[in-house]
Design a protein. Structure first.
Length: 269
């Protein structure tokens, strides 16, 4: 299945065609299909902090990584807190958070220029965003929930790539994975006012008001943030699949409450 520049062949992974075509990275956004977990975590739960059996989660990581031809020992996991901290990861961090204890606390974005370092972030409605500079050979993986979107974590990632690695924003490719879309991202006025404070008129343009509730298009606001940083429109690839709507494919915290997690990962070859 080809959809909006993303390929899905019915298994554990969706991939961005533009990233695949570079031949520089292994990457993917997991689904919830074809794993080993049961019950509310059925079946490819990759949430290490859920109440699922740890053995199941580790087996699921092995299956997910096998589908991407990534060695699971290369994974770098951090503790996500809906902030804007971006960590410069390296080979010294491989295995943290999965096979060994992690000191990567309160970090919602990872960046590296070292091959063999698989940057992982997690989602179950929030927006997973992958970055690739094919010229400088720099990658990043970011978790952007509504708070991260408000605080423009996508911009923080681009700024880190530019400052730390000399990247040119016009060369950076971006893949925004499955997330909860405007159809189901319903918030109260206090949250809408947060978006209005940071995005002003763009927030108003990206919001539908209905029955005293606000439905916000966070994809549009993340794209707006990226364009402000000089990312080219044609380099931004957005998966239009909604995690809430597609129950057979994705976990959704808003739909299901306690549930599993999907993973977005990218590694330089």
């Amino acid at each position: 299945m080809y959809k909006d520049g993303f390929t899905y062949e019915g298994g554990r992974v969706l991939q961005c065609d533009a990233f695949s075509e570079t031949g520089l990275v292994k990457h993917g956004f997991s689904t919830k299909k074809k794993g080993t977990s049961t019950g509310i975590f059925s079946s490819l739960n990759l949430g290490v902090h859920t109440k699922d059996c740890r053995e199941n989660v580790e087996q699921n990581f092995s299956l997910f990584c096998e589908a991407l031809s990534i060695d699971s020992s290369h994974l770098v996991l951090s503790q996500q807190v809906h902030g804007t901290a971006i960590y410069r990861a390296g080979l010294k961090d491989c295995g943290k958070g999965l096979y060994r204890e992690s000191d990567l606390q309160e970090i919602d974005g990872l960046v590296t220029n070292e091959p063999g370092v698989a940057l992982a972030t997690f989602y179950a409605d929030c927006t997973p965003i992958l970055f690739l500079d094919p010229v400088q050979k720099v990658i990043a993986s970011v978790h952007s929930g509504w708070r991260g979107t408000v605080q423009k974590i996508a911009q923080w990632a681009v700024m880190t790539m530019m400052r730390e690695y000399g990247c040119n924003s016009e060369q950076i490719l971006v893949a925004m994975g499955p997330s909860i879309k405007q159809c189901h991202f319903e918030v109260d006025e206090d949250v809408y006012l947060e978006f209005l404070l940071h995005f002003h008129g763009m927030a108003e343009k990206s919001t539908i008001k209905k029955n005293g509730k606000y439905y916000i298009d966070t994809d549009a606001l993340n794209i707006y943030s990226l364009l402000q940083m000089g990312i080219s429109q044609e380099h931004i690839h957005t998966c239009n699949l909604c995690t809430y709507c597609n129950e057979e494919l994705f976990f959704s915290h808003r739909r299901d409450g306690e549930t599993g997690r999907m993973c977005a990962v990218i590694e330089l070859q």
